[in-house]
Ligand binder design. Structure first.
Ligand code: GRF
Length: 198
């Protein structure tokens, strides 16, 4: 059986991309990274992809000032690489309507906290973990969800629990949650590649 082709969008670090790529190389994974698209030409995720001979594209407001043209370019790059599923992994931008339509119900995002409680516009980076700590919940953890037209509102596919410790700071919590992201995201993609439709 041929591999499921997954396109990944990144903005900065790309640790989830690396986890996905490592997982794709394990026996029985049945998926491969078809293309990595970054909106930031300096993204470590793009550098990682280039170093691993994965096709890359830098597509952003700098390369395409018109949002519709950018949306078209992202859609076209994904299609050109025969992408079947899309993962936004630390991608700080919203995907445009044409890309969303092309990959309807086949776009996953990873968010570093339970949704919908700790999501929405402005909830990214350490702010998410600060909100978790301020709420006093005892358990947090990453969420994998389908992407729709809004921030963090699509159907939840998987969540993983990470306990909040008494001496946690937003930084220590973020680091533990990120480790859990590196487990749950590849797991979901492996399951989809194995034929389980979320
Ligand atoms: C992760 O915490 C993810 O949940 C959020 O952005 C961060 C990206 O990390 N959407 P990385 O770029 O994959 O290292």
């Amino acid at each position: 059986m041929r591999n499921l082709r997954v396109g990944v969008l990144v903005s900065h670090n790309g640790s989830n991309l690396r986890a996905l790529h490592r997982s794709s190389l394990e026996p029985g994974a049945r998926f491969e990274i078809a293309v990595v698209i970054g909106n930031n030409s300096e993204a470590a995720g793009l550098a990682y992809a280039r170093a691993n001979r994965i096709p890359t594209r830098h597509l952003s407001g700098a390369t395409h000032p018109d949002p519709d043209a950018l949306d078209d370019a992202i859609r076209a790059a994904l299609v050109e690489h025969a992408t079947e599923w899309v993962v936004t992994a630390g991608y700080m931008k919203k995907l445009g309507p044409r890309t969303r339509r092309q990959f309807d119900s086949r776009i996953l995002n990873i968010h570093p906290a339970p949704l919908p409680r700790f999501g929405g516009i402005g909830m990214f980076g350490l702010r998410v973990h600060e909100a978790v700590l301020a709420s006093g919940v005892g358990v947090t953890g990453p969420t994998v969800h389908l992407v729709d037209g809004d921030y963090d509102t699509g159907r939840v596919i998987a969540q993983r629990e990470v306990p909040v410790l008494a001496d946690d700071t937003a930084q220590t919590l973020a680091a533990r949650v990120l480790e859990a992201e590196h487990v749950v995201l590849p797991l979901v993609v492996r399951q989809i590649a194995a034929g389980r439709r979320p």
